[in-house]
Design a protein around this ligand. Sequence first.
Ligand SMILES: Cc1cc2nc3c(=O)[nH]c(=O)nc-3n(C[C@H](O)[C@H](O)[C@H](O)COP(=O)(O)OP(=O)(O)OC[C@H]3O[C@@H](n4cnc5c(N)ncnc54)[C@H](O)[C@@H]3O)c2cc1C
Length: 295
Amino acid sequence: MLARPGLPEFEYIRAGSSQDVFDLLKEKGADLKLMLGGTDLFVQMRDRAQGPGILLDVKGLPGMQEIDYRQRSGLTIGAAVTLNQLSTDLDLKEKYPVLCQAADTVGNYQLRNRATLGGNICNASPSADMAPAALVYEGEAVLESPRGERSLALEQFWLGPGSTALEGDEYLKAIHFPPPPPGARGSYLKLGRSRMGDLAIVGVAVLGYPDKSVPAGLRFRIGLNSTAPTPYRIPAVEEFLTREPLTEDLISLAGEMAMEISSPIEDVRATELYQKKMVRNLTVKVLKETWESLR
Ligand SMILES: Cc1cc2nc3c(=O)[nH]c(=O)nc-3n(C[C@H](O)[C@H](O)[C@H](O)COP(=O)(O)OP(=O)(O)OC[C@H]3O[C@@H](n4cnc5c(N)ncnc54)[C@H](O)[C@@H]3O)c2cc1C
């Protein structure tokens, strides 16, 4: 017998319209799972963590594979846009570079040809690499249901590991990002066990930008993964960094604060203490780099 048995049997259906999705979600309920690239889903099914009888492929729905940028309203990325599409889009590299950089850290090239932004968001893993970048660009989940469309800030979308605010009759259509603040700079730094595509032990994204209304003259947004039940921002640290002109000492203190706020749990990849220290070190490193590029 195989140590890891193959996939359980399932029926594969390709949705042609939103109505197909609503009808099937209503009819089949928990026996149906929505599918994009399948890179999370198939692993969970192989490991028997998920056993849906039906996979409903929603990649072909209108707009799901589109990237739409408008100067006034910002960026809308269809849920089925792959991570390779994101990491290689020249326009995005210029306007939302932290998203492209984060996409490039996920798994390997072959995986990123299938793995999607929507799947990364809906899987609701605390270690999702797209999450810190999506948080610093203040991403919103665009959700579609028979009642119409609604948008939900990502911070409210993730409820815990594997758990989201999606209603039973809803699906993720796109992720929307407002225009980044003028002059914004930033980056995503991921610590994994290897460079060959491992989940994050800690990941930190920082976006900094000029803001004359605060004593520091700068503002920073900081997003983290892997060190709490959901990806998160640290508003207390962000606020602390606005109070006076920035110095290396203040950045070190911000790193200590981030470490205190984080609440990792020990897992196969790292101890709690190591993760906490890495939150501090990575936060300090990305803040310094971002500060440098703003000066
Ligand atoms: C070898 C390997 C390496 C990996 N490395 C990384 C890594 O470095 N970093 C990282 O973050 N992740 C990693 N992953 C996880 C995975 O590849 C990503 O999370 C990926 O982005 C998931 O996208 P997908 O399109 O394959 O999602 P899917 O597997 O299709 O779906 C993921 C979840 O979202 C739900 N879903 C899908 N579409 C919708 C929708 N439209 N509306 C609502 N719910 C929906 C599904 O039902 C499922 O629960 C790795 C996976 C593997 C197998």
